[in-house]
Design a protein around this ligand. Structure first.
Ligand SMILES: Cc1cc2nc3c(=O)[nH]c(=O)nc-3n(C[C@H](O)[C@H](O)[C@H](O)COP(=O)(O)O)c2cc1C
Length: 394
């Protein structure tokens, strides 16, 4: 059990807004597999165009979402009402207003609160509303119906004004899901805090372009679209960037953070929490591998608590932030690799790094020259059998 903005969660797992949360049957699956909460599929008052799910998928690496079928408000309200009736999930209403007015935000929030939403999640993250236009044609090309999503999430003044409006409109907590496509996420997170946000959420969504076919005029390798937009990145390749963004927010604001992006295992979720997230979100892993992933993550987190003797998640949230310092404050320790010859298979991978001659292969065995070690640790990462470890000089 943990508390978040005054609401009790049975565990930290939130299913991220996506096709996984676009129908009641999936919300039921989410609950069945142990999730505490879900964020419903993005709703507009009336969506500017009707997309379909179109995405590039790179196994073990990433997804790029060019667009998806979103919800008009009436559909979204039905989903919220039914979701609350048929599950005990905590539900976040993921909303965005594509116009320049504040009234649209207010209407969406009020209606979703009436429909039973536990949280408003203001979507200032989706690049498929206006950012894909801005990235190609510039800010001045944005139309009145291409506001909202990530375009809004790049503008601290707008974020603050919208959050103020949302807070005046509803009694339930307001979370802002921020775009990472900014110079410093700490600045936009602070703007949300100034507006009165109860929490912020950060999870993937770096704009990205896909691989192309170099033997076919550079055509993107995906055929169910006539072109490609700067789409939204999800999946394991975003995880380390998201750790950094979440820690940045955790250090600079006094409101809780929801963290996601590439979380595939319980260990990933725990690490995200150690970097400052109070709740975690998962999308790509469950889309790729099925709902069992959620069950494993939830069970794994519970087992971790027990194994470590922690009474609650609070005991380790933000634990890694104590190690965070600016690079000028870091002190380099000296060391070099040592080899366990019983595990070594003589493959020579450790002697390959192009910038280093600290290891030479002699009679198919690595010979280490400690004084030449540069400390990069690449030899250790490359060893297929775990024969190398780093000796740290005291
Ligand atoms: C197909 C697809 C549709 C998505 N739709 C939404 C959405 O409607 N609203 C939103 O805030 N995020 C949306 N996202 C982003 C996810 O909620 C999540 O933040 C992101 O994918 C990063 O997490 P992951 O690496 O676990 O996928 C979508 C992601 C995918 C893959």
């Amino acid at each position: 059990m943990l508390e978040f903005c005054g609401v009790n969660f049975k565990n930290p797992m939130v299913i991220a807004s996506s096709p996984l949360t676009s129908e009641v049957k999936w919300l039921i699956e989410a609950e069945k597999h142990g999730a505490a909460a879900a964020s419903t599929k993005l709703a507009f008052i009336r969506q500017p165009f009707y997309g379909k799910l179109r995405m590039h998928t790179y196994k073990n690496n990433a997804s790029i979402i060019c667009y998806d079928r979103r919800k008009d408000m009436e559909e979204s309200l039905r989903l919220m009402e039914e979701g609350k009736k048929k599950t005990n999930l905590v539900l976040f209403a993921n909303i965005t207003n594509d116009g320049r007015d504040l009234d649209g935000w207010s209407l969406l929030a009020k209606k979703h609160e009436e429909a039973g939403a536990d949280f408003i999640e203001a979507n200032m993250v989706c690049p498929n509303v206006g950012l894909s236009t801005k990235n190609i044609k510039g800010e001045e090309a944005l139309s009145n119906t291409e506001q909202g999503g990530a375009v809004t999430g790049q503008d601290p003044e707008r974020i603050e004004a919208i959050v103020k409006t949302l807070k005046e409109s509803v009694d339930i907590p307001v979370v802002v899901k921020l775009t990472p496509n900014v110079a410093d996420i700490g600045v936009t997170a602070k703007a949300a805090e100034r507006g009165g946000a109860d929490a912020v959420c950060l999870a993937g969504a770096q704009t990205s372009l896909p691989l192309v076919d170099i033997y076919n005029n550079g055509r993107p390798k995906y055929h169910l679209l006539n072109g490609v937009s700067h789409g939204s990145l999800g999946g394991p390749s975003t995880k380390l960037m998201c750790f950094s963004h979440v820690a940045n927010i955790a250090k600079k604001t006094n409101i809780p953070v929801i963290g996601g992006g590439g979380l595939e295992t319980a260990e990933d979720c725990i690490m995200m929490m150690m970097w400052g997230a109070r709740l975690v979100t998962v999308c790509t892993a469950a889309m790729w591998y099925g709902w069992e992933v959620i069950e494993k993550q939830v069970r794994g987190m519970e087992e971790y608590l027990e194994k470590m003797g922690y009474k609650s998640y609070d005991e380790f949230i933000g634990m890694s932030l104590q190690y965070l310092r600016s690079s000028s404050e870091l002190e380099a320790l000296e060391g070099w690799p040592t080899v366990d010859m019983e595990k070594c298979i003589g493959c020579g991978k450790c002697a390959k790094p192009g910038h280093c001659d600290a290891i030479e292969m002699v009679d198919k065995r690595p010979k280490v020259y400690p004084e030449r070690c540069l400390g990069c640790g690449i030899c250790i990462a490359q060893c297929p059998t775990g024969a190398l470890t780093m000796h740290v000089e005291q």
